[in-house]
Design a protein around this ligand. Structure first.
Ligand code: C5P
Ligand code: ZN
Length: 480
């Protein structure tokens, strides 16, 4: 496993320089590029970083965002010979598939997923795992893309906030009290030094200096607080119950102006509320952490808070508006931003409904090592990954089980699984397990140790779950 590798940050950075040089010489030879990125927030951030990098150099390129690796393969198969593909936030997990393509031109991969299989000769790859740096936690696809962009041209330091956004989109703040750590800290430092980012410890409600407190609470989807997330009226009642003054005469107060005492009171009130629902207090701890504030963005937009920015990108990616997300991450504002904010608000409403539906008993199925939430045909398969992340942020599966969320699309079932730190420490690699079990039932899967996904044939659901449960049991019985 990659973590056994000797940690070599210098080697990683120097490889970023080499990859940048290769891109430079391909550009000088008149090469055209096809940037292919993943549709989630980190993917769109990565795609935007590489696109902005190429744009700055006046290179010719096109950018496509894809939901599944199969779609990337289709683009590669049809790609005119004059184009050089750059896969970002994807590719390393599918090296075997790429080696079957027998492309004569180089393929550039800037990824943080764990590499599976040896890289074919045509692949120019930058991946932190190959340097003993944990790509699941310490640097995202956007971070990897950013390192290459910065090595190519120092001015690309302007893209550092987008790299921070990508890392938060991939929940890389999870394992360290909701703050970015490890390699990501270097990127945060770049952004702070460039005057583009301010980092502060606080309650992590969205819009903490721009929205009335109850609106900020209702806007917060991560962690998802049942009854409050997506529900302003309930948030308002809870605040009144806790005794927080929400208005100053005729003006709504915002979270950032609460005194330390009031913040404590609010936090304790939420703890009580969670306990009344039988939810773990650990969830409230998810509400405290570092706030990453993009200082050049207008305070009343969704772009000011990097977590919110990431959620906006995620919403764009999950609703077929990936071009919109990439444009925003590349710096597009004005009407584009207005449109993206509309997309985001609508998405948030639908997501809150989906999570509430997923919490119903009828969706729930328990196996020894799995908590299965089956959204059937009711939950949109494009929402299931976010639903899984929300439920997991609520700790619904406990720390000894895997959360497996399912949603049916036209011809297959989309699987989104989330593990816990504890299981990862016990040696369970969810991405690898899902890859194996999905393949066993004729599907395809992969991902990280804590978060992974798959797509499986519609008729194989029961078999897939049983096999996954068995595979987890086998892994854990060795570790217990
Ligand atoms: O879709 P979801 O967000 O649950 O996926 C979690 C992780 O699993 C992502 O990093 C994604 O790239 C990976 N994944 C994969 N193959 C799939 C589905 C997801 O590698 N078929
Ligand atoms: Zn990623």
């Amino acid at each position: 496993m990659s973590l056994d590798r000797f940690r070599d940050e210098r080697g990683f950075l120097s490889r970023a320089g080499e990859v940048a040089e290769r891109i430079r010489s391909l550009m000088d030879e008149g090469g055209k590029f096809l940037v292919i990125c993943h549709v989630d927030a980190d993917g769109l951030s990565s795609g935007a970083i590489v696109s902005a990098m190429l744009l700055r150099e006046n290179a010719r390129f096109a950018t496509r965002a894809v939901g599944e690796f199969e779609d990337a393969l289709r683009y590669l198969a049809d790609l005119p010979a004059s184009y050089i593909p750059i896969l970002v936030d994807m590719g390393s997990g599918y090296l075997n598939e790429l080696s079957k393509l027998s492309l004569s031109r180089p393929i550039i991969i800037l990824d943080h997923h764990e590499p599976i299989g040896p890289a074919p000769a045509s692949v120019i790859q930058l991946n932190p795992h190959l340097y003993g740096i944990n790509g699941s936690e310490e640097v995202s696809g956007a971070g990897v893309a950013y390192l290459v962009a910065k090595a190519l041209n120092e001015e690309n330091i302007l893209l550092s906030p987008v790299a921070v956004t990508g890392a938060l989109g991939d929940l890389q703040d999870r394992s360290d009290g909701r703050s970015l750590h490890g390699f990501n800290e270097k990127i945060v430092e770049d952004a702070v030094k460039a005057g583009l980012l301010r980092v502060e410890e606080d309650l992590l409600f969205y819009g903490r200096s721009s929205k009335p407190i109850h609106v900020a609470m209702a806007s917060t989807m991560n962690p998802f607080i049942v009854g409050i997330s997506g529900n302003e009226a309930n948030a308002y009642s809870l605040l009144t119950e806790i005794g927080i003054r929400v208005r100053d005469d005729d003006r709504w107060r915002v979270l950032s102006e609460l005194s330390e005492d009031e913040k404590r009171q609010l936090y304790n009130g939420i703890l009580k509320y969670l306990a009344s629902l039988g939810l773990p207090p650990s969830m409230a701890r998810e509400l405290i952490g570092k706030v990453y504030e993009l200082t050049m963005e207008e305070p009343w937009t969704y772009l000011r808070d990097a977590r919110e920015f990431a959620s906006l990108l995620n919403a764009c990616g999950k609703t077929g508006n990936e071009w919109l997300g990439i444009s925003i991450a590349m710096g597009g504002r004005g009407a584009l931003l207005e449109e993206a904010q509309r997309v985001f608000e609508d998405y948030r409403r639908r997501l809150a409904e989906a999570v509430e539906y997923a919490m119903r008993d009828e969706c729930r199925q328990e196996l020894k090592n799995l908590l299965v939430i089956d959204g059937g045909g009711v939950i949109d398969d494009r929402l299931i990954s976010s639903v899984a992340s929300m439920l997991s942020s609520m700790g619904v599966q406990g720390d000894k089980r895997i959360l497996v969320a399912l949603a049916q699309s036209e011809d297959s079932i989309k699987v989104s699984a989330r593990s816990s730190r504890k299981l990862v420490e016990m040696g369970l690699n969810l991405g690898k397990l899902l890859a194996e079990v999905a393949e066993l039932v004729g599907g395809r899967g992969g991902g990280h140790d804590v978060a992974a996904g798959a797509s499986i044939p519609k008729t194989r659901k029961a078999l897939f779950l049983l096999e996954l449960d068995r595979a987890v049991e086998e892994k854990l019985s060795g570790a217990r």
